[in-house]
Design a protein around this ligand. Structure first.
Ligand SMILES: [Zn+2]
Ligand SMILES: [Zn+2]
Length: 363
């Protein structure tokens, strides 16, 4: 008998992707009895589940972000490369290269293998294990930046732009909007690699996860709270803050700030402009268009399902390669963290198109 098609044992439900023989969901959108969680971002790791299976790092991140109770009544850690059988379904976790602890979920049932990528990227990230392609029958991918216009340049070049601006404006505070889980720590490590050994100031909302990354072995160098530092100390300093803080009174307390933002969305110049971002840095924790296609080639699946993001262009591109593409439209994914396109002051939305791409890389 041929192996069962993954469609028969892995189904899309209003709660999320459900594995019937295993009796669990992957990244469910609301509390369930049994959940496998790909990573700690809030749209994937929701509070209130019964049993939670995830990497040790993801479990630690969930516990830090939610109350201990909210992070799952019972928690089981599964390290990369380990496997476990639940209801005859073999579950394994492999690195996704997205944030610390992020995993692809490898599911096998009766000789049929599906891989749920969660969010992922292929660019180098000194804060987490690199993505590992896994051959499978169905690859279930994200497509946050699934349009040909999205091409993420090497992050080292973007960090160099920030350092050039600091050299040019040594009196100005450089405040960089970046998300608290993943982007913030990656940016710090990239700055350290580029030779920036001065203290980096962080917003209070970044502190818990920076401390956790340190505890889990990601050295970040000297960090200081940006809130208690006086304006004089912040002259010529780098301040990292959640993107939301750039818009409020907090950022205006800084001395003549250069406002920067580290996001894949910074590729779209009008988005940066409408948010008052003077220095857009295209640094993303998601695969860009080329890396989505490269990954789909590497896993060699005859069929690819797209969980969320710009699925239409990707499904179309796959058809041209003889791959059956299917948009799952999973509800609740891509609603926050790095994935939500920053809302413009005027309320612009992706539905109106992504706007013009940045052209002629200016400083
Ligand atoms: Zn994510
Ligand atoms: Zn996500």
């Amino acid at each position: 008998m041929p192996p069962p098609h993954p469609e028969t044992w892995l189904r899309v439900t209003p709660t999320g992707l459900h594995c019937a023989p295993g009796g669990f969901y992957v990244d469910p959108g609301r509390p369930v009895d049994r959940a496998v969680i790909t990573h700690g971002h809030a749209d994937h790791a929701r509070p209130g589940h019964g049993a939670v299976l995830a990497t040790p790092e993801t479990l630690a991140i969930m516990a830090a972000r939610m109350s201990e109770a909210g992070a799952g009544r019972s928690r089981q850690a599964l390290a990369y490369g380990e496997a476990l059988s639940v209801g005859g379904v073999r579950i394994g976790l492999r690195p996704a290269g997205h944030v610390l602890g992020s995993a692809q979920v490898v599911l096998e049932w009766q000789g049929s293998r599906a891989v749920v990528s969660g969010d992922y990227k292929r660019q180098r990230d000194p804060t987490c294990a690199p993505f590992e392609p896994v051959a499978c029958d169905v690859f279930i991918t994200e497509a946050t930046f699934g349009l040909p216009v999205f091409r993420h340049p090497p992050p080292e070049g973007e960090v160099a732009k920030l350092l050039r601006s600091l050299a040019l404006f040594p009196e100005r505070t450089h405040v960089v909007g970046c998300y608290a889980l993943g982007k913030c720590q990656r940016l710090i490590r990239l700055l350290r690699e580029a030779g920036w050994d001065r203290p980096i100031h962080i917003h209070g909302a970044q502190a818990t996860l920076c401390a956790l990354y340190e505890r889990l072995g990601v050295a970040l160098g000297e960090l200081r709270p940006a809130t208690v530092a006086n304006r004089a100390e912040l002259r010529g300093a780098i301040v990292l803050a959640p993107p939301s803080a750039l818009q409020d009174r907090w950022a205006r307390r800084l001395a003549d700030p250069v406002v920067a933002s580290a996001s894949g969305w910074m590729r779209v110049r009008q988005r940066a402009k409408s948010r008052g971002i003077e220095l857009p840095l295209v640094i993303s924790d998601h695969a860009d268009w080329d890396d989505l296609l490269r990954t789909i080639d590497e896993v060699g699946a005859p069929e690819v399902w797209v969980t969320h993001g710009r699925d239409d262009a990707l499904v179309h591109a796959m058809a041209g390669r003889g791959i059956r593409g299917r948009a799952l439209h999973l509800v609740g994914l891509g609603e926050d963290e790095d994935e939500a396109p920053p809302a413009a002051a005027g309320g612009g939305s992706l539905a109106h198109g992504v706007g013009e791409p940045a052209v002629g890389e200016g400083e």
